[in-house]
Design a protein around this ligand. Structure first.
Ligand SMILES: Nc1nc2c(ncn2[C@@H]2O[C@H](COP(=O)(O)OP(=O)(O)OP(=O)(O)O)[C@@H](O)[C@H]2O)c(=O)[nH]1
Ligand SMILES: [Mg+2]
Length: 402
């Protein structure tokens, strides 16, 4: 009889426990369910909800915390009109993967800027697959127009061959290479004309086989825009004089004929110890650049490049895009528009820039050793840059590195 039935203590406990668990489960599911019928029903929706709950519970138990980059959260409205940019061959793929992976992990993963890859040949499917696998944003693979890359017909090939032979004899790196010269000329005067770059204002040039040592704590493109900068660098050094014997005379000729392009407050003292009489070989190492495409597309630089190109020095000698870009930036811009990105730890064989300021190094979780930084070593031009920026008279080093 029910009235006389007295459940034993353990049975009461089990019943109460079961009822409590059932009530709690009902309450939890009710809270989770989008609608009462969704939860109470027996259709697919109910199963899906239950599955989600299970999944969420098991994730909470088993997953490791998601890594959050310690930088400003991606904010689409604060983004610049910018792209990451790399010139590469299909055969560079392993070095490309290394560089892209690090650029994404240390910076772009939080921003999702697009990437543009350029090549004078079509990129292989393997290249596109392996690169595409690393990048969450848009990726564009472009082919360079023939005339923007190959040695023009008006170059005297006999003279060019003699120039190459001489540099090989002098053991100058890439002295005998025509493709290297094509690359330098393309990077000097054509990359910014490529159709894939037309919609962008800013670019970050990345090369295969480089390293990025530190987390970026901010968006360098937005920094450039907000602070009215045009050209950004991390490493500055001396050029091999044998590759550019007639470059400065050509620059002087251009300056004399076009004084209207020389900016007031320029950085002439960074590239010359004697107010422009001679070139001191200082340049920004252009394998890293964060810069304004509109500067290269502007009248002063286009005229400058055309003038230099007509001299043939890209082929008769071995003029590099680094001195050409650097001289143009130094002459055609007020010096404050050139920016040293001290916080970007960077390596391109064989030199490293590593932030020496402890707070910057720590904030960026930099993996480089500040003692290895190239900044004030013998071949560096950091002192020349510092003095020029501060408006101090240029000082020739006591001993030029031999
Ligand atoms: N598509 C293509 N890219 C090239 C060619 N030569 C060089 N590059 C790219 O141009 C950039 C500069 O070339 P590098 O060989 O790195 O020249 P460098 O930095 O002066 O010298 P090292 O890095 O010391 O070899 C890199 O992004 C290369 O991948 C070429 O013939 N074709
Ligand atoms: Mg390189």
């Amino acid at each position: 009889m029910l009235s006389t039935y007295r459940p034993s203590r353990p049975t009461t406990f089990v019943v109460i426990l079961c009822l409590s668990v059932a009530c709690l489960t009902l309450l939890l599911l009710q809270l989770h369910a989008p609608t009462a019928t969704g939860f109470l029903g027996t259709g697919a929706g109910a199963d899906a909800d239950a599955d989600e709950l299970l999944l969420a519970a098991s994730r909470a138990r088993t997953s490791t915390p998601v890594w959050e980059p310690p930088m400003r959260a991606h904010n689409a409205s604060a983004r610049a009109n910018a792209t990451m940019l790399m010139l590469a061959r299909n055969s560079d793929i392993n070095g490309v993967v290394q560089s892209v992976r690090e650029a994404e992990d240390r910076f772009n993963r939080a921003y999702g800027y697009p990437w543009v890859f350029l090549n004078e040949e079509p990129f292989s499917e393997d290249f596109k697959n392996r690169v595409g696998n690393l990048i969450q944003g848009e990726v564009y693979f472009g082919q360079i127009p023939h005339d923007h890359w190959y040695q023009p017909d008006w170059i005297d090939e006999q003279r060019a061959a003699a120039g190459r032979k001489q540099l090989v004899r002098q053991k100058v790196i890439y002295g005998g290479s025509v493709s290297y010269r094509n690359m330098c000329r393309f990077n000097s005067g054509f990359f910014f004309h490529h159709p894939l770059l037309q919609k962008y204002r800013w670019y970050w040039r990345v090369e295969p086989d480089v390293h990025f040592h530190c987390d970026m704590q901010h968006d360098p493109f937005v920094y450039m825009e907000e602070h009215n900068k045009t050209y950004g660098f991390t490493i500055t050094m001396l050029e091999f004089e044998k590759t550019i014997p007639t470059l400065w005379p050509a620059v002087r000729e251009f300056m004399d004929a076009n004084p209207q392009y020389i900016a007031p407050g320029n950085a002439l003292d960074y590239v010359s110890y004697n107010r422009g009489e001679t070139y001191n070989l200082c340049h920004f190492w252009s394998n890293f650049e964060i810069a304004d495409l509109d500067f290269w597309r502007g009248e002063a630089y286009r005229k400058f490049f055309d003038f230099l190109d007509a001299k043939g020095g890209f082929y008769y000698e071995r003029w590099g895009d680094a001195p050409v870009h650097s001289i143009a930036a130094a002459l055609f811009l007020p010096k404050e528009r050139i920016h040293f990105f001290r916080e970007i730890g960077y390596f391109h064989h064989p030199f490293t820039h590593c932030p020496v300021e402890r707070d910057i190094w720590q904030a960026g979780r930099c993996s480089c050793n500040p003692d290895d930084s190239f900044d004030y070593t013998g071949y560096s031009c950091m002192r020349q840059w510092d003095r020029a920026l501060a408006g101090l008279a240029p000082e020739m080093p006591n001993q030029l590195p031999g």
